[in-house]
Design a protein around this ligand. Structure first.
Ligand SMILES: C[S@@+](CC[C@H](N)C(=O)[O-])C[C@H]1O[C@@H](n2cnc3c(N)ncnc32)[C@H](O)[C@@H]1O
Length: 337
């Protein structure tokens, strides 16, 4: 690391939307799903993707230079990561988040400066429209895209929680705000002794049930429709909340923590997992930017540190708390009643 100041990181970060948008357009165009069938020559691929000849080669070679495609004697082919995670036909597809980032976040983040000056969200609600979930859930296609995007965001942590949490000490769990149900499914698949439930708004039910069935756990994992503003949470030995508390303001966060406490037996556990910001707020850049994303998408949401969350849990009556890293920027905060 040279002591001399260098503009390199500044320019890289400032122009990071170039590689980001190139990848988002490649997902939108279906490049990786197309190449999952096998290598294709430039002419065949350009034709199939409907690319104008002017910049088709620049575009595809940029994806090679970024490491998402390979180019050889048979033409272009997917690099291993892209083939595993960006082919729409595969259950491991995480492109749902990128599709949502392309349609929603990329245009909304263009107004970050306004949001920082006004404290107001920059999504559909900016022009007096309904809130995030009402907007998304009014349109079945956007509902599906959002729920799939959540599975993509959370898959790594869901698998880690299914393996790392001491499930042998418990019999039942409920995942509050479960979306498509990837966490509920991963926990059930890795722990055959458990009975699980997903709790979410009624519109989510058919997508959850279809996913649980496709993953072979429909017998042990059920869905409870409800609204956590109006209803008590279903009772269980373990209550989980992933990317829920960050959507809401502080009084609402504390209300949800109290509802989790009330749903648990003595000795039960409350698991909150998010891109938990480090207590010094200087390391987890993704967690901090996720908090900026909550500024863009919600009227009062923000991300938080493990210390913040532990304090809210103790205030609600939890006897002990601990923070445990998961994968990437994610960690879980566990409160025991
Ligand atoms: C950001 S997503 C998190 C999804 C999932 N837990 C994850 O981590 O990937 C928030 C979830 O909260 C659900 N939700 C929003 N408002 C709700 C409410 N009032 N009652 C129940 N669920 C709600 C949404 O439907 C959505 O599935």
């Amino acid at each position: 690391m040279s002591d001399h100041p260098s503009p390199e990181k500044i320019l890289q970060t400032g122009l990071a939307f170039w590689p980001a948008k190139t990848l988002l357009s490649a997902v939108e165009l279906g490049v990786f799903t197309e190449l999952a069938q096998g290598p294709q020559s430039f002419d065949v691929l350009r034709e199939r993707l409907g690319l104008h000849p002017r910049s088709a080669r620049d575009f595809l070679d940029t994806l090679v230079a970024l490491g998402f495609l390979k180019r050889g004697s048979e033409g272009y082919s997917n690099a291993p990561d892209a083939d595993a995670f960006l082919d729409r036909q595969k259950p491991s597809y995480v492109g749902g988040l990128l599709e949502m980032a392309n349609h929603r976040l990329y245009p909304f983040w263009n107004n970050l400066t306004d949001a920082l000056r006004t404290g107001l969200p920059q999504n559909e609600s900016k022009s007096g429209g309904p809130g995030l979930f009402d907007t998304l859930y009014a349109d079945p296609a956007r509902l599906k895209e959002f729920l799939h995007a959540m599975s993509g965001v959370s898959r790594g942590s869901n698998i880690a929680i299914a393996r790392a949490f001491p499930w042998k000490d418990y019999k039942s769990y409920v995942d509050v705000g479960t979306a498509q149900g990837d966490l509920a499914v991963q926990v059930a698949m890795a722990n055959p002794h458990l009975i699980g439930m997903g709790f979410d708004l009624p519109q989510v039910e058919p997508i959850f049930l279809d996913y649980a069935k496709r993953c072979g756990v429909a017998g042990r994992v059920t869905f409870r429709p409800g609204d956590f503003f109006r209803d008590d949470l279903p009772k269980a030995d373990v209550v989980l909340m992933g990317h829920i508390l960050h959507d809401w303001d502080l009084p609402t966060k504390k209300m949800l923590v109290r509802k989790a406490f009330d749903a648990l037996p003595k000795g039960g556990a409350f698991v909150v997992y998010e891109a938990i910001i480090d207590d010094d707020r200087s390391q987890n850049a993704f967690g901090l930017m996720m908090s900026l994303n909550m500024l863009i998408e919600t009227p009062g949401g923000f991300d938080f540190s493990g210390r913040d969350c532990s304090e809210w849990m103790r205030e609600a009556g939890f006897s002990s708390t601990r923070v445990q890293p998961l994968v990437g920027p994610d960690s879980m905060v566990i409160g025991t009643k």
